[in-house]
Write a new protein. Structure first.
Ligand code: ZN
Ligand code: CA
Ligand code: ZN
Length: 316
């Protein structure tokens, strides 16, 4: 009797430890929290870690020391010293103007400094595709009721050729995260959203064949020049037409029915398919093509802004 009881007690204790350690597991760094300590930074300062803000703004399309250089022919000495700040922790003019355009894109107060509102936006997890900033293809037509169309296209407006209305898709992953059947049904629902509002039909490619669109899970550096960044930060990315690549970051906690610590497979699928078809990010918080996502949030429906974007891109 006694050995059985101690065995039972042992098992119970083990269970208790398992539950405890589960509750006490440190949650993954969810967004770009490493930017938090830079709050309050402004032009003229040198603060340790500011180069990370530069990398962030570069990655998402707001900062380019090389290109900015070309726009300042008259200030060659200033340019040389600015160039020197590309990798250091100096808050220079170029960084200030990048912060300004970021603030303007996300409808924040344009201060040029790293105020709390700006940091709170920046640290959220997001799609890995850069925003299209100050680009001629960024459509801002006045519309009814003084609304602004806030969708965007990739530079040069790449799109699938007019003859190509039937797109095939296939699955090819370098990391096993979600079962093929689950992924199939998630993606089929996501494609349907775009099929309903565009000239496209989407069908799965025959077994073993590459589709026009190839969907997969990958982690870290996976050979396309855009390495993923582990848990948090960026969730997924996709390429402009007609590349057809749509990648999920295998290091995220994915689910088709997410809890507060998981990322919704279908919400990201609808978003990344938008990129595959040629849409850039939208400034409209409620658009599927808005760049930032939250854990546990389900956002699977196109809004008027997304639909107008795809229609304008493929009209004529
Ligand atoms: Zn995106
Ligand atoms: Ca990530
Ligand atoms: Zn990739």
């Amino acid at each position: 009797m006694a050995p059985n009881l101690s065995l039972l007690l042992g098992a119970f204790l083990l269970l208790l430890v398992a539950v405890q350690s589960k509750n006490h597991t440190k949650p993954p760094e969810k967004g770009f929290k490493f930017l938090q300590h830079l709050q309050g930074c402004h032009k003229g300062q040198t603060v340790k870690g500011l180069h990370e803000l530069k990398r962030y703004l570069e990655k998402f399309g707001y900062l380019n020391y090389g290109t900015t250089n070309n726009h300042h022919h008259s200030k060659s000495t200033a340019t040389i010293s600015n160039l020197n700040h590309a990798n250091d922790d100096m808050f220079d003019d170029i960084l200030e103007s990048a912060v300004r355009s970021y603030q303007s894109y996300y409808h924040l107060k344009v201060t040029g400094s790293l105020d709390s509102e700006t940091v709170q936006q920046m640290i959220l997890p997001r799609c890995g595709v850069a925003d299209v900033v100050n680009n001629a293809t960024n459509m801002k037509h006045p519309r009814l009721f003084n609304m602004v169309a806030q969708y965007s296209f990739f530079p040069g407006k790449p799109r699938w050729p007019a003859s190509k209305t039937r797109l095939t898709y296939s699955f090819q992953s370098s990391a096993q995260v979600v079962g093929l059947q689950e992924l199939r049904s998630v993606c089929s629902r996501a494609f349907k959203k775009w099929q309903d509002v565009s000239r496209f039909t989407f069908v799965e490619a025959p077994q073993g064949a590459d589709g026009d669109i190839v969907i997969g899970f990958h982690r870290g550096n996976h050979g396309d020049g855009y390495p993923f960044d582990g848990p948090g930060r960026t969730f997924a990315h996709a390429f402009a037409p007609t590349r057809g690549w749509f990648h999920y970051d295998a290091d995220e906690n994915w689910s088709s029915n997410p809890n507060m610590n998981q990322v919704d497979l279908e919400s990201l699928a609808v978003h990344e398919i938008g990129h595959v078809l040629g849409l850039g990010h939208s400034e409209d918080l409620n658009a599927i093509m808005y760049a930032y996502f939250s854990y546990g949030t389900i956002k699977r429906d196109l809004n008027a802004n997304d639909i107008e974007g795809i229609r304008v891109l493929y009209s004529s």
